[in-house]
Design a protein around this ligand. Sequence first.
Ligand SMILES: [Zn+2]
Length: 73
Amino acid sequence: MDNADRAQELIDARLEQAMAARRAAGQMVPLQGRAICEDCEDPIPAERRARLPGVRTCVQCQADREKRQRGRW
Ligand SMILES: [Zn+2]
């Protein structure tokens, strides 16, 4: 194995770690909805999750979704 392969392997391991951490963050508080936005993966404030149980998106993406839905009807 040469150095380039070795570097690529390190990068893959880092990516895998980051993705696992992200998955864990998304599953951390199932009862109060997701900790991160389903659409843009920004963190959803705890206050918003407490106010809207089961909320899945941040304020901005929720507004975008509602706008898209209104446009369809
Ligand atoms: Zn969002």
